[in-house]
Design a protein around this ligand. Structure first.
Ligand code: MG
Length: 218
């Protein structure tokens, strides 16, 4: 059986993050940025329609007037095109920028995104343009292994925020001491987003920033 590629974990120092304060790992899509809205606008320009009827991505996308959602292959093609040229067009999630500004007074912020590699440059520019110029690390697959590698480099408290339970569960399994929070930015998606007793769900960034601050305070 083919071995998965070895995981490369950047050092906090190489990311410009001193290991002297708590570390907060934050997702982008549906946490710092309104991905579904931005991807939906991109799709609309190409004649597709996003109807948010479940907690899914391509299964919510329909060809014009169609009653069958697009297939995985079409979805992936559109997704890659979006990240290659349009992922900087999304809006920040309400309250996210102010919350990161507040958190960065007491903690180091690292953005951990499962965006494809072709989105790195535009995503970095997007973060800077919206006043969230924190180091960006791209990952693919569950976030537990890379988060654990980053978290192991600091003796301080840590927190992790994501919209997806598989990522939150993965981090909880690999780094049990890390505080995990679920945030779902899109109002239409919230009712469909599964929650878990394992992770606090806070969809308002004001409440979320307060809870993160309390969790990493030593
Ligand atoms: Mg996300």
């Amino acid at each position: 059986m083919a071995q998965p590629p070895a995981l490369t974990v950047p050092t906090l120092a190489s990311l410009g993050l001193p290991a002297e304060r708590p570390l907060v790992l934050v997702d982008v899509d549906e946490v710092l940025g309104l991905f579904m809205q931005g991807f939906g606008d991109f799709l609309a320009d190409r004649g597709y329609e996003m109807r948010i009827e479940r907690f899914a991505l391509f299964q919510n996308v329909y060809p014009p007037g169609g009653s069958e959602h697009i297939d995985l292959e079409t979805g992936r093609k559109l997704f890659d095109e979006f990240f290659g040229g349009h992922c900087h067009e999304i809006e920040p999630a309400p309250g996210a920028v102010a919350a990161l500004n507040r958190l960065s007074k007491a903690a180091e912020i690292l953005i951990l995104s499962n965006a494809p590699a072709q989105g790195e440059r535009l995503r970095t520019q997007w973060l800077a343009r919206h006043g969230m110029a924190h180091p960006l690390v791209l990952n693919s697959g569950p976030k537990g292994p890379i988060a654990a590698g980053l978290i192991a480099q600091t003796p301080h408290r840590t927190a992790f925020i994501d919209d997806l339970l598989p990522n939150l569960d993965s981090v909880a399994e690999h780094s049990p001491a890390t505080a995990t929070f679920q945030h779902v930015a899109d109002l239409r998606l919230r009712p469909f987003a599964p929650r878990s007793e394992r992770h606090r769900r806070l969809d308002d960034w004001i409440d979320l920033a307060e809870a993160i601050e309390a969790a990493v305070r030593s």
